[in-house]
Design a protein around this ligand. Structure first.
Ligand code: NAI
Length: 337
């Protein structure tokens, strides 16, 4: 099949080309993000391959359909950026990579917890400048702390395992408690999780129900004066940016209710992430405000970014395309609920 790969970075080219053994598909790589303005690049392609910040709303899908596209192969697990009803109406099949490396994301969430706790990102700069003072780097033992996990799917459960390994108590909230959850995972109502957790980590998908799940009301319910150092809770988001109301979180940081914040995803990340914008002016004042806090650590949607994950993403994407072409076999198809 002829496949137009959007938002293609050098690493996408490397891993997809490697997975396309025997050159069974013709892959054309476009650096552009898929939008209404760039959708015409896909004219004449049977399939397009898209990533998390590509736009797949009704207008874009309409254009793809008019250009002959019959398959949208997502290189992601999340599909909140696709208008599935429009795709179904237009007869476009949507497939995804359901779980490429849940370990990658869970481990990155843990990396954020550890870095924020011991402020290694501040220590790195201090030591390079000959500043060996410890003031401002005070952390706390993870052992004995309560970790609240929102969403106990593939990633949330691995995160639970790791944090349990540190000696943390694990409480969780999920409308569908997992039968795979180990006995140490205590499912509790969301209000109890907010009231008891020292560290809260988000691992749910973005849905109408989870949009701004962490808002001013949720933050008000969170614990005060946690840890021995009497600071606010630690909040980690490696799920999706819009699960968090950024304005409310900024207010929580200013009041001290949120003591440490680790983000790998951000509400308006489509305009920022995956690009080198260092030579220009960043116009997102809300994002820039976040970067001014010493207790905020932001990474640019890199939690998935391991060699294992990229290999799985490329191989599953091409297997999805093979199956679609054959008209049989297992497709990781996404349909409207
Ligand atoms: P999954 O589908 O295995 O698990 C999601 C869990 O969230 C399910 O158990 C579901 O019941 C639960 N959930 C749904 N609504 C909820 C709610 N209102 N409250 C609490 N829990 C709720 O998904 P997986 O693979 O664990 O991924 C989780 C999310 O992580 C993805 O949806 C995606 O948004 C994000 N992700 C982020 C990546 C990154 O690089 N930062 C990479 C991959 C995924």
């Amino acid at each position: 099949m002829r496949i137009a790969v959007f938002s293609a970075k050098p690493y996408d080219r490397t891993f997809l080309t490697r997975a396309n053994s025997g050159q069974r598909h013709h892959l054309s790589f476009f650096e552009a993000r898929l939008t209404e303005d760039t959708a015409t690049l896909a004219n004449g392609f049977d399939a397009i391959c898209a990533f998390v910040n590509d736009c797949l709303d009704a207008a874009v899908l309409e254009q793809l359909h008019n250009g002959g596209t019959r398959l949208v192969a997502l290189r992601s697990a999340g599909f909140n950026h696709v208008d599935l009803a429009a795709a179904e109406r237009l007869g476009i099949t949507v497939v995804r990579v359901p779980a490429y490396s849940p370990h990658a994301v869970a481990e990155h969430a843990v990396a954020l917890v550890l870095s924020l706790n011991r402020m290694t990102y501040r220590a790195y700069n201090r030591v390079r400048e000959g500043n060996f003072a410890l003031d401002g780097l005070l952390g706390f033992d993870l052992h004995g702390k309560t970790v609240g996990i929102i969403g106990t799917g593939h990633i949330g459960l691995i995160f639970a395992d790791i944090m349990h390994g540190f000696g943390c108590r694990v409480v969780a909230s999920d409308p569908f408690p997992s039968p795979d959850a180990k006995s140490f995972v205590e499912y509790v109502p969301l209000a109890t999780l907010f009231a008891s957790a020292d560290i809260i980590s988000l691992h749910c998908p973005l849905t109408p129900e989870t949009h701004h799940l962490i808002d001013a009301d949720a933050i008000a319910q969170m614990k005060e004066g946690v840890m021995l150092i009497k600071e606010g809770v630690m909040l980690i988001n490696t799920g999706r940016g819009r699960v968090v109301d950024t304005q409310a979180v900024i207010a929580g940081l200013k009041s001290g209710k949120i003591g440490r914040l680790g983000l790998d995803v951000y509400e308006e990340e489509e305009q920022l992430f995956f690009e080198d914008l260092s030579q220009g002016v960043i116009n997102d004042d809300q994002f820039m405000r976040l970067t001014t806090f010493h207790n905020v650590l932001i990474t640019g949607h890199q939690a998935f970014f391991t060699a294992e994950a990229l290999t799985n993403i490329a191989e599953t994407t091409l297997a999805n395309i093979d199956a679609f072409e054959r008209g049989s076999g297992t497709l990781h198809r996404v349909t409207t609920p």
